[in-house]
Design a protein around this ligand. Structure first.
Ligand code: HEM
Length: 470
């Protein structure tokens, strides 16, 4: 018998499904871990203990549980699990998102929050967002004038990548094919599952597969690129005294507070944390709007009410668009870009709701499951933005039934940045164009399959036809 039985009584651990001898519960994860873990949680409860290899993993699937982890005991659960692949790709986990809890993390986080991602800093990037949004709208107008369908997934991905590149590095790199390929490979590697992290003696399987070799190559190529960017900026800074500093300029001005490796690692965070996440929100929002024409009409009505016949929506206009905000929240409820958030790790033995949780336990919060739990949401599977109109629930990490950005001291520091982009682009897409699917089969035929890497996006690209609004 390869299975050992449920260990709910084991030293008073949380309930646990039967597991296999060596790999524990790893075989249970399947292609869509957020879905399989949700099904398991329905059976074993909102605090469930799994084992990945020998490693204990606490899976949290209720808002109350999430509050315990990310608020009540936030400090205990404020570390991140280490992985050999992250070590290779992220300068020995010198970036913010994978750095273990401690003085180094605290320092780079406070520097970034203050200088790179603050409300003031994000506001100062308004012109840049505006220019890139205008370019995106122009591309759509062009396709529309030729009666061509628009590949929205591709456009959104390029749009957010261009914004992040301009903001962080000072210019776009999307025409540089090699770099684009490098970024794609980097993201793919970050999302790769490595068995050796859980069952060390099976690490040879990963080595054999060539993943580590690829990671070393990608890390070295990326390092060359970032070194070049840093040098270019240092030389340029000597020549001109520019007012529109990009992130690299800001980081260089902080020399002494952070070193060169930290700078490069933080730049990698911007790409891995900021690009795909932001574009998938717009991608899923447009998907849901195409499936719900009445919601789309209502949103278009709102933009009309606010700006009338004026062609563009500006950032000042957004403050008056409550329905737009509700549409974005509802999109993030049903399609959180990182459905299982980024895992945490506990730093001491403790008791949680009567259960013993050992130091070093990995914690997965299933934000996807919580956001569709009928205990908190009416008609949870339906896309109904109206539910947010007379509600104070927000995505900022205070309402634990909706935590697409996580919460607490390790919660996402890019939230203001991401929301500013999402709101502006979605408002303009709807204000400037009418949208329909290319086929005449009706909106219910729109493929809703997901893929999961680091982020959860559409499996097939979203293609739609735009007509400029009169
Ligand atoms: C819609 C867009 C985004 C979503 C859904 C998102 C989601 C998340 C989530 C779930 C976490 C983990 C939170 C936790 O452990 O509690 C996180 C962390 C992080 N995010 Fe975001 N993010 C987004 C955009 C951005 C942007 C635009 C940036 C930067 C430009 C960014 C940078 C980071 C960083 C650096 C961390 C690690 C923080 C730490 O460990 O201290 N994110 N994000």
């Amino acid at each position: 018998n390869y299975y050992s039985s449920s260990s709910s009584s084991n030293q008073n651990s949380p309930p646990s499904p039967p597991k296999l001898a060596i790999i524990g519960h790893l075989h249970k994860l399947g292609l869509y871990p957020h879905r399989t873990l949700y099904s398991l949680a329905k059976r074993y409860g909102p605090l469930m203990l799994l084992h990945f290899g020998k490693l204990p993993v606490l899976v949290v699937s209720s808002a109350e549980g999430a509050r315990e982890i990310m608020k009540t005991h936030d400090r205990v659960f404020a570390s991140r699990p280490q992985s050999k692949l992250y070590d290779i790709l992220l300068y020995g986990c010198k970036d913010m998102s994978t750095a273990p809890y401690g003085e180094y993390w605290r320092q780079i986080r406070s520097v970034s929050v203050l200088h790179l991602l603050s409300v003031k800093r994000v506001q100062s990037l308004g012109n840049l967002r505006w220019e890139e949004t205008a370019i995106l709208m122009e591309k759509i107008r062009h396709s529309s004038s030729l009666s061509l369908p628009v590949n929205l997934s591709e456009l959104f991905s390029k749009f957010t990548n261009d914004i992040i590149c301009r903001v962080s590095l000072g210019r776009k790199y999307s025409e540089e094919k090699e770099l684009k390929e490098l970024m794609r490979e980097f993201t793919e590697l970050l999302g790769t599952f490595v068995i050796g992290d859980f069952v060390p003696w099976l690490d040879w399987l990963t080595r054999m597969s060539g993943v580590y070799g690829r990671a070393y190559r990608v890390a070295s190529q990326y390092d060359n690129f970032l070194e070049q960017v840093l040098d270019e900026h240092i030389n340029r800074r000597k020549e001109i005294d520019s007012n529109d500093d990009d992130f690299v300029d800001v980081l260089l001005s902080l020399q002494g507070m952070i070193d060169r490796t930290a700078m490069k690692a933080l730049l990698l965070d911007m790409f891995s944390g900021g690009t795909d996440t932001t574009s998938t929100v717009v991608e899923w929002a447009m998907t849901e709007l195409l499936r719900h024409p009445t919601v789309m009409k209502k949103l278009q009505q709102e933009t009309r009410n606010v700006v009338g016949d004026t062609k563009y929506i500006t950032e000042e206009n957004l403050a008056h668009m409550n329905y737009l905000k509700a549409v974005i929240k509802e999109t993030m409820r049903l399609h959180p870009p990182i459905p299982l958030l980024i895992p945490r790790e506990s730093m001491q033995d403790m008791k949680l709701e009567g259960y013993n949780i050992a130091c070093g336990t990995r914690v997965i919060v299933n934000a996807w499951a919580i956001a569709r739990d009928p205990a908190y949401w009416d008609q949870p599977e339906e896309f109904i933005p109206e539910r947010f109109l007379n509600s104070s629930i927000d995505v900022k990490g205070n309402d634990f039934e909706l935590i697409p950005f996580g919460a607490g001291r390790r919660g996402c520091p890019g939230i203001v940045f991401a929301m500013a982009v999402n709101e502006l682009v979605l408002a303009n897409l709807l204000h400037q164009f009418d949208w329909r699917l290319p086929s005449n089969e009706g909106n219910n035929y729109l493929d809703m399959s997901e893929t999961v890497g680091i982020t959860m996006h559409r499996k097939t690209p979203l293609v739609a036809i735009a007509t400029p609004r009169k």
